[in-house]
Design a protein around this ligand. Structure first.
Ligand SMILES: [Zn+2]
Length: 396
């Protein structure tokens, strides 16, 4: 899947923005009487857990959520009671109880290998039978070497840190030999007397999760290799199907010095070409001045059409100024060339930055100098049209 179940649909006329990233996917079910009844509650818990796992480069994604109707699955637990958590000893769950819970399965899960999806059941009650202050429980069962099936139970008191911790237990499940799986904490700081947990209180796998839990490099390495973690092309926003349009106004040609051939006076018979462009459009405008002497020449408005369409985010805006001084002998002299490239960057091809003291989008190139002239150019860049863009998800 490429999105959370609550993520927006892409409107017509827009293109999806995607990024490939490591992802663990959850199917969340709220049992009857769970206080987790609304998708926004599930979303808050999943997003908080996702922020924590982002440290390990793993995105947490909820691909399905639903509130389940009353269940009639035979077994030792009353799945429809108001204190289901208190019937469950997470640390010593009977096979019958585990099998009863796993019979709930992953109804309406998206197509694909169901063992790559973690089932999360939101259950009523606050603490478990054997651990009244615990609010999360991870269980897994396996057949053979390849496909352990995971479930996480979250009580009414669970928050994103608890989900992140239980996901840690799931992501650390690894094969150690034929038909042999284990889920010890891979961190060297694991607790020697409780090897599923860490001895270091700030660590995510400490038995009671701190405010800002950390994940160690050893834990990240094992988690990223988990069967539950797959590379997905994740949808994080959309952009309108139209191009940026830029306007460039060449404002002033500043001539600091001129020096013409010895036989004539000190004014240049100059002939200029100003060119601005992108990969799909070039806009060239000539400018003639047969008596060019030091001073400022106002060109504003002369070079401002048409608008420059930008093909893509990697396209560049270029500015080139060339010129010649028409001499009778021996031949024309080239004036020094100005070449400047703008990338989209953070300042949208220079339109939102400026030179010190100048209005937004205004820049100066030069001075450039040779035997004939020393000059610079002031110009302004603006965005005249931009595609609408919405980014609603951070991808790790
Ligand atoms: Zn734990």
């Amino acid at each position: 899947m490429d999105r959370n179940t609550w993520d927006k649909k892409t409107p017509p006329g827009f293109t999806e923005l995607r990024k490939e990233a490591m992802t663990v996917e959850l199917c969340v079910y709220s049992l009857q009487n769970s206080r987790m009844k609304e998708i926004n509650q599930v979303r808050a818990v999943a997003e908080a857990a996702g922020k924590i796992w982002c440290q390990g480069g793993v995105n947490v994604q909820v691909v399905h959520w639903e509130a389940l109707p009353p269940l009639s699955i035979a077994g030792p637990l009353n799945l429809n009671s108001t204190d289901l958590a208190r019937q469950i000893p997470c640390g010593s769950l009977s096979d019958a109880a585990r099998s009863q819970l796993s019979t709930i399965g992953k109804p309406n899960a998206p197509a694909g290998d169901p063992t790559r999806l973690v089932a999360v059941y939101c259950i009523p009650g606050n603490g478990f039978q054997d651990a009244p202050s615990a609010s999360g429980c991870h269980q897994f069962q396996f057949q053979g070497n390849t496909s352990p099936d995971h479930m996480i139970l979250l009580t009414d008191s669970a928050d994103g840190r608890v989900l992140a911790h239980e996901l840690g237990h799931a992501l650390f499940v690894r094969l150690t030999g034929p038909n042999s799986w284990m889920n010890e904490d891979p961190d060297p700081g694991r607790n020697v007397s409780d090897r599923l947990h860490n001895a270091n209180p700030p660590n995510l796998m400490y038995s009671s999760v701190s405010e800002k839990p950390s994940i160690s490099p050893e834990q990240v390495m094992v988690a990223q290799k988990s069967r539950l973690v797959t590379r997905q092309s994740l949808f994080y926003g959309f952009r309108e199907n139209k191009r940026y349009k830029l306007g460039v106004d060449i404002k002033t040609l500043h001539v600091d010095e001129v020096s013409d051939e010895i036989t004539s006076d000190n004014a240049l018979e100059s002939s200029w070409m100003f060119a601005v462009g992108t990969s799909i459009i070039k806009n060239r405008k000539p400018y003639e001045n047969s008596r060019l002497t030091p001073g400022d020449y106002d060109l504003s408005g002369s070079f401002d059409n048409p608008l420059l369409e930008v093909e893509s985010d990697t396209d560049k805006l270029t500015l080139d100024v060339t010129g010649t001084d028409r001499d009778f002998f021996p031949f024309n002299d080239e004036l020094p060339h100005i070449h400047k490239e703008w990338s989209k960057g953070e300042d949208l091809w220079g339109s939102t930055s400026s030179d010190p003291g100048a209005p937004t989008g205004q820049h100066q190139e030069g001075p450039v100098k040779n035997d004939e002239i020393k000059y610079s150019v002031t110009y302004a860049i603006r965005v005249d049209d931009a595609p609408l863009e919405e980014i609603f998800r951070h991808i790790c």
